[in-house]
Write a protein that binds this ligand. Structure first.
Ligand code: SAM
Length: 231
C-alpha cells in the first residue's frame, strides 16, 4: 500500500528537490521518505530517529514496503544519523519545536557543509529558529503556511546564504507576511484574540507584562492592517 501523507507533511515533501539525497531527522514512522521513494522522486534517504519506539515503527514500515535499499533507518540523535559518505544534500526536520530544530542544527553544523537545502517545519518558536538561521549563515528562500486540524504550521525552506530580517520578519516570516494568505491572516487574528484575552487577566500592577502583551498585539495589528490596506 502506498504511503499517504498528511497535508502538513505533503507540503514539506513538495520542497524536496527531485533526486536529492535526503535525511529526514525525527522521522517517526518514516512516512516522508517512504512517500518520496515510492513516488520515484528520490532514491536515497536516511530516516533518523532518537527514540526507540518511533525508530522501530520507521524500521517496520520501511521493511514492509521493501524499501530498505533506498531508506536507511538509523537510531541517532539529530544529525549524528548521517556522515559525509551519505552525501546528503537535503534535510527535512518537521513536527518539532523551533528551538529543538535550531539545537539539532547547531549540534550538527559539521554535517551541513555540503547540504544544499533544509526544509524545516517548526511547531512553535518560529521566530527563534529564524534568528538562529540568520545568525548561522542561512537564508530563507520560501515559506508556506499550512492549516490542518485547525492548527497552523509554518514551513521554512532554507539554503546557505545571508539574510537580514527585521523584528516583524523574524516573528511573522519574511515571505509569509509579504504574501498574507488567508491562512496567515486567520492565524494572527486568532493569536491577537488570545493575547487580548490574556491582557484582560493581567493584574494592573504588572506593567511589564501589560506592555509586552500590548506590543505583541500592536505588531500583529500593524502587519494585518497593512494587508487590508494593500488589498
Ligand atoms: N517528522 C515527523 C512529522 O513531522 O510528522 C514526526 C514528528 S514527531 C512529533 C517528532 C519526532 O522527532 C519524534 O519521533 C521524536 O522522537 C523525534 N526527535 C526528537 N528529537 C530528536 C532528535 N534530537 N533526533 C532525532 N529525532 C528526534
Amino acid at each position: 500500500m502506498e504511503t499517504k501523507l498528511s497535508k502538513r507533511l505533503a507540503a514539506v515533501a513538495a520542497y524536496v528537490p527531485k533526486n536529492s539525497r535526503l535525511a529526514d531527522v525525527g522521522s517517526d514512522h518514516a512516512y516522508l521518505p517512504l512517500f518520496l521513494v515510492e513516488k520515484g522522486h528520490i532514491d536515497f534517504a536516511v530516516a533518523g530517529e532518537v527514540v526507540q519506539g518511533p525508530y522501530q515503527s520507521a524500521l517496520a514500515n520501511v521493511t514492509q514496503a521493501s524499501k530498505q535499499e533506498q531508506i536507511q533507518v538509523r537510531l541517532a540523535n539529530g544529525l549524528a544519523a548521517i556522515d559525509s559518505s551519505d552525501q546528503i544534500d537535503t534535510i527535512t526536520i518537521a513536527g518539532m519545536g523551533g528551538r529543538l530544530i535550531a539545537d539539532i542544527l547547531s549540534a550538527g553544523m559539521d554535517k551541513l557543509v555540503n547540504v544544499q537545502r533544509l526544509i524545516l517545519q517548526p511547531n512553535n518558536r518560529e521566530d527563534e529558529l529564524r534568528i538562529w538561521l540568520e545568525e548561522n549563515g542561512f537564508q530563507i528562500v520560501a515559506e508556506e503556511m499550512v492549516v490542518e486540524n485547525q492548527k497552523f504550521y509554518e514551513i521554512l525552506v532554507v539554503e546557505k546564504g545571508q539574510m537580514t530580517l527585521n523584528q516583524l520578519e523574524k516573528r511573522f516570516g519574511p515571505y509569509l507576511m509579504q504574501e498574507k494568505s488567508a491562512d496567515f491572516i486567520a492565524k494572527w487574528q486568532n493569536e491577537a484574540r488570545k493575547l487580548s484575552q490574556s491582557l484582560e487577566k493581567v493584574p494592573s500592577d504588572h506593567q511589564d507584562d501589560i506592555t509586552l502583551l500590548r506590543e505583541k498585539i500592536k505588531a500583529i495589528k500593524e502587519v494585518l492592517d497593512v494587508s487590508s490596506s494593500s488589498d
